[in-house]
Design a protein around this ligand. Structure first.
Ligand code: PLP
Length: 396
């Protein structure tokens, strides 16, 4: 029986009931501009303050260290471009990042290279991992900023953030992490982990699209990207999107509530799905390691076929998934992350990302496992680059 299975939670998530309920009054009757002085505006200002505290608490930060932005992309741009300007004044012009960052970080770094900054893009191993030693070895007297993602959006690899944070603190280098995929899936403590700046995005954790935040440790001062009014203590001007900020505050509170039980449940579903795919389908490989992997991430490559074909046939049976990352699907170039872990173009093209969260069930996983093998078989039977005979000989 056909069912609907949403398995693309790394692309975006549904607005939860509790978030919708918290947000709605600020789209209806509580519409005051938080900067005005009458009572209606005061309701908005109070809501902003509450949300700021909720976000801060979820990260173990102080409320004054949280700045609301429009999305994860803006937070990444602000942290990196903004701090690049600050460090330049101190004579530092070198940035360290990885080759597998989201384009919000990679393209920001590329833009800075055109302005005269130098950037080291650390290579990853076959599971997408890097070591703290690689970061240490890349540091020069010019290094002012290290920006390394908390968890990879395509293959789910989780990076040694606390160790990198400790290294950067010791070497007096500012450390930014893009935690867009990690928040709500990994416990985060910015103080204990020595994180100086952290980007997050609401729509990955049941808040609406178009709201994000940047944590900036007190004493660290990225230059503002925007100039205008005095909102967000003059650092991020623009009339606050009170309803979405309220939504983000509630979503952050919900995300860290019962995080251990939630991640344990989702990890079990993930492992069942990975095991089922690896044992049920020939000529398939898992991208990313089994350890240090986001609880909901499954990323596999099938030889001899194209990811787009898999997505279309999965959609026809009610399953939402993604090939490469949602941001790059539609483009013909294979994902930079899959190429960075050493996949040849031909195999990288046949990749599928299924991302689960706590709303998924065992029945969802078993449904995917029942429909995926015949889909792969059918696509291979039509593929000009799949030679079953040869394959049989190789696997014999
Ligand atoms: N960073 C990572 C790791 C992401 O996965 C994404 C979105 O998929 C972003 C940044 C961009 O976030 P947003 O969609 O809020 O701009």
């Amino acid at each position: 029986m056909k069912r609907f299975v949403y398995a693309d939670h790394s692309a975006t998530t549904r607005i939860s009931e509790s978030v919708m309920e918290a947000m709605l009054p600020y789209l209806k009757e509580n519409y005051g501009n938080a900067s005005s002085i009458y009572g209606l505006a005061g309701i908005s200002e109070m809501a902003l303050n509450r949300a700021r505290s909720q976000v801060a608490k979820a990260l173990h930060a102080q409320p004054e260290e949280i700045f609301f932005t429009s999305c994860g992309t803006e937070s990444d741009n602000w942290a990196i471009k903004g701090y690049a300007q600050t460090m330049k004044k101190k004579g530092k012009t070198h940035i360290i990042t990885t080759a597998v960052e989201h384009h919000a970080v990679l393209y920001t770094c590329k833009a800075l290279e055109k302005e005269g900054f130098s950037v080291t893009y650390l290579p990853v191993d076959a599971t997408g991992a890097i070591t703290v030693q690689q970061v240490a070895d890349a540091i020069t007297g010019q290094t002012g900023l290290v920006s390394i993602m908390y968890a990879n959006n395509e293959i789910g690899t989780i990076y040694p953030i606390a160790e990198i944070g400790a290294l950067c603190r010791k070497r007096n280098i500012v450390f930014h992490t893009d935690a867009v995929q990690a928040v709500g899936n990994v416990p985060i403590d910015v103080k204990a982990q020595n994180i100086d700046m952290l980007s997050l995005s609401g729509h990955k954790l049941h808040a609406p699209k178009g709201i994000g935040a940047l944590y900036v440790r007190r004493g660290v001062s990225p230059q503002p990207l925007l100039h205008g009014g005095g909102q967000e203590r003059g650092k991020r001007p623009g009339t606050e999107n009170v309803a979405f900020i309220v939504a983000l505050g509630k979503a952050m509170e919900d995300a860290v509530n019962h995080i251990e039980e939630k991640t344990a449940k989702v990890s079990k579903l993930r492992d069942r799905l990975i095991d089922g795919i690896l044992t049920g389908i020939p000529a398939v490989r898992l991208n990313g390691g089994r350890e240090n992997r986001l609880c909901g991430n499954v990323n596999v490559s099938f030889e001899g076929i194209e990811g787009e074909g898999i997505l279309l046939l999965l959609d026809a049976v009610g399953i939402c998934a993604s090939s490469g990352s949602a941001c790059t699907s539609g483009a013909l170039d294979p994902s930079h992350v899959l190429l960075a872990i050493g996949l040849p173009h031909s195999i990288a093209h046949g990749s599928l990302r299924l991302s689960l969260n706590e709303e998924n069930t065992l029945e969802d996983v078993d449904y995917i496992l029942s429909v995926l093998p015949p889909i792969i078989k059918r696509l291979r039977s039509m593929s000009p680059i799949w030679d079953e005979e040869k394959q049989r000989a190789v696997s014999a």
